[in-house]
Design a binder for this molecule. Structure first.
Ligand code: ADP
Ligand code: MG
Length: 237
């Protein structure tokens, strides 16, 4: 269980996140929604240890991210919106390097690698340099690197952004499956993705958590029972 307790974060002299509280359980895919600039990326950076919150704490299975950083980060993976991979390395070199950073032994690496190459459809590009990959392959390579340690918590910032429809569908199905046993938190602007994947929705506006509900209940907010209309009603557009 990932517990987010009263997180507040300021950047550049401005408070970006205000007292955010929620709790994520295993077996959930959670969609983090909010208009541009709401604070989704900042929140994900706080959850992944990239930022230290000014107030509050992040606790995974009773362990505090700040105090037991290594323990928590071994069980948690974050894939940012862009980048994260090294252009000069081949996919195999990149994944080997990530395995080294995560202290995986040879057997764990071989097992997890073959699972991920198949699940993320990366086998045909294994010896290709990262900079020559298409956007879809780049994103999946970054995801494979993050998932090598089989994290219990996967935090993905707009994971399907820029993918073609087929790649989106494939990735959603994969994450949905992963989320049956673990915690998958994704940020997205695509409402059909929420419908296709999410068990739960967190909506933030101006750095405040304004809604923590299921997609079904979110739809009930508007008469036409449509997630996009409900989203616009809540964010006031
Ligand atoms: P989202 O991902 O929801 O679009 P962000 O978390 O990226 O939102 O940004 C939230 C707000 O914080 C925005 O107003 C953005 O301009 C501001 N912000 C983000 N990073 C910084 C930073 N390093 N310094 C100052 N302000 C920042
Ligand atoms: Mg963002």
């Amino acid at each position: 269980m990932l517990v987010v307790k009263n997180i507040t974060k300021s950047l550049g002299g401005r408070t970006i996140l205000h007292h955010i509280n929620f709790c994520l359980r295993k077996g959930e895919v959670i969609a983090l929604l909010g208009p541009n600039g709401a604070g989704k990326t900042t929140l994900m950076r706080c959850l992944s240890g990239f930022y230290t919150p000014d107030e509050g704490e992040v606790v995974l299975n009773g362990k505090n991210l700040e105090k037991q950083r290594f323990d928590v980060l071994q069980r948690l993976a974050y894939v940012p919106e862009a980048g994260g991979i090294y252009p000069d390395m081949t996919v195999y070199e990149y994944l080997s390097f990530m395995a080294e950073l995560k202290h995986l032994d040879k057997q764990q690496f071989d097992e997890n690698l073959s699972y991920l190459l198949k699940a993320l459809d990366l086998r045909e590009v294994i010896n290709q340099r990262c900079e020559t990959l298409s956007k879809g392959y780049k994103r999946r390579t970054a995801l494979a690197g993050a998932m090598l340690s089989r994290p219990e918590v996967l935090i993905l910032d707009e994971p399907t952004e820029g993918l073609d429809p087929q790649q989106k569908q494939h990735l959603r199905a994969f994450l949905k499956k992963y989320g049956r046993e673990d915690i998958v938190l994704i940020s997205t602007h695509i409402m059909e993705e929420v419908d296709a994947m999410a068990d739960r929705v967190l909506l933030i506006k101006d750095g405040k958590l304004v809604c923590d509900t299921t997609p079904e209940d979110l739809k009930k907010i508007t008469p036409d029972k449509d997630i996009e209309s409900s989203f616009c009603t809540i964010v006031g557009r």
